[in-house]
Design a protein around this ligand. Structure first.
Ligand code: SF4
Length: 466
């Protein structure tokens, strides 16, 4: 099982490799990562930042968090509340609208939103009329550019065709469907039962609505997953033929997400199985014509995300990979994270606290961080690795006015060992990620992370990289 690829022959993923590199590490949707945000950076400083950056010339990216779900998936790592009481969502929308209004009032009206994303929780928890109402409200407060990428996460359960049409009529042009695994035993073991017939019906509605792009999310590392079972899932999903696929690794962090204790640890696939699953995914999806972007993401060769990677214009933010690099991210709703070039802030996670602050006319910021000059430099190095899959040392050195080899001597020493393991190729001019290295991107980025070098006691606990 050694198919060739653009980077030469693909190496086998061995158990030893997985054992060595399966260790806690960030996903780098930001750098510094969210555990380093501090309550000492709160609402007042965020207001200052908002006022100071309105003439930056940067576009906007808008995120809306809907934290409600009908039921709890036991693997869930999101900020959400399971409730059947829909009045909680209508009440929440009132606060969300107020927060949107408050930030819009501070925003230069000439700035256009180039990207809009609804996540959760479950955005399609909202009834179709509320979907329309939410979109109309956002569009009434922020100019959304005609070519904006407007995306929404979809849970196929409890979904109707009317939900899908409401999204499309509202202007949503990209959707992402949560499938995870089609195996009934796995679905039952994580409390998320959604038969293939349901997935296909929902997918049919999505194609009928003519979204520009449909993504399917899968997950590996779930209880009772086997290579044979997941092979069947992959074959059926490839047959459904989405434009993009994301195959996430389940992050078992019961110390952070108590409900994950409902998952029997002994039912989780062991290292051998996880290794075989990684190999299977890469082989099956590349054989089916998908390009492996990195960090669990696959897309068809003509997808703009593939073109952006080739053109080195891909970027990473809290929604994952994006083609919109020079945007400020304004995020609304409980737990959501906003970002300018120099600042991150996160809203309160607790819905009551979030709503209470909005009632008082406050911006509901819980914590944040202003990045240092060194953070920016390291962020750029990590972003280049995660997005371009290579780093031109001379160009980087010129841009940041450093001697790359001297500045990153520690990181290069760590990467040397990874070169021996086939994850990277080091040349005098370049750090290049190999095809197999794409599975280990988090590990390859970690040597550039200064925060991970802090004393062990000061470090937050991250999920495992694999
Ligand atoms: S639908 Fe998504 S957010 Fe809701 S419980 Fe399941 S995994 Fe979590």
């Amino acid at each position: 099982m050694s198919p060739s690829n653009a980077n030469g022959p693909m190496m086998e993923i061995t158990t030893a490799l997985l054992q060595k590199y399966s260790k806690p590490g960030p996903r780098y949707t930001s750098y510094p990562t969210a555990p380093y945000f501090s309550e000492s950076f709160g609402e007042v400083r965020w207001l200052e930042e908002l006022r100071a950056t309105q003439d930056s010339g940067r576009d906007l990216s808008l995120y809306v968090h809907i934290p409600f779900c009908d039921t709890l998936c036991w693997y869930c790592g999101c900020n959400m509340v399971a409730t059947r009481n829909y009045s909680r969502a209508t009440e929440y929308l009132d606060y969300l609208f107020k927060e949107i209004d408050a930030v819009a009032a501070l925003t230069n009206p000439a700035r256009q939103a180039k990207q809009l994303h609804w996540g959760g929780g479950t955005p399609t928890y909202l009834h179709p009329d509320d979907i329309r109402r939410l979109f109309a409200h956002i569009a009434s407060r922020f100019p959304i550019s005609a070519d904006a990428e407007k995306s929404c996460e979809i849970d196929p359960r409890e979904l109707t065709r009317e939900h899908v049409m409401a999204l499309r009529e509202s202007g949503i042009n990209r959707v992402s469907l949560g499938v995870q695994d089609l195996d009934a035993t796995v679905q039952e073991a994580v409390n998320r039962v959604q038969p293939e017939s349901l997935i296909r019906e929902v997918y049919g509605w999505m194609r009928e609505a003519r979204f520009d792009s449909i993504n399917i999310d899968l997950m590996v590392g779930l209880p009772h997953q086997t290579v044979e079972g997941f092979r069947s899932t992959l074959e059926r999903v490839v047959d459904i033929n989405p434009d993009r696929l994301a195959v996430f690794n389940y992050a078992h962090v019961p110390w952070m997400k108590k409900h994950q204790l409902l998952i029997q640890e002994e039912s989780l696939p062991g290292l051998e199985t996880r290794m075989a699953l990684q190999q299977l995914i890469m082989e099956k999806l590349t054989a089916a014509g998908y390009v492996y972007i990195g960090m669990d993401h696959y897309a068809k060769p003509d997808d703009e995300i593939v073109r952006a990677q080739e053109a080195k214009t891909l970027y990473r933010n809290f929604q994952g990979y994006t083609t919109h690099k020079n945007s400020d991210l304004y995020a609304f709703g409980a737990s959501s994270i906003s970002q300018t070039d120099e600042v991150f802030v996160q809203n309160h996670k607790d819905i009551k606290r979030y709503q209470g602050l909005v009632t008082e006319g406050r911006l509901p910021v819980e914590r944040g961080l202003r990045v240092s000059a060194e953070d920016k430099l390291r962020r750029d190095a990590i972003t280049r690795i995660m997005c371009d899959l290579e780093l031109d040392k001379a160009a980087f050195g010129r841009q940041w006015n450093i001697d790359f080899d001297a500045y990153f001597a520690d990181a290069l020493a760590e990467l040397k060992e990874m070169e021996g393991d086939g994850l990277v190729e080091l040349s005098p001019g370049k750090v290049a990620v190999t095809q197999i290295g794409r599975i280990f991107l988090r590990n390859i980025a970690m040597p550039f992370d200064a925060y991970l070098k802090a004393k062990a006691d000061d470090k937050p606990r991250f999920s495992k990289t694999l």
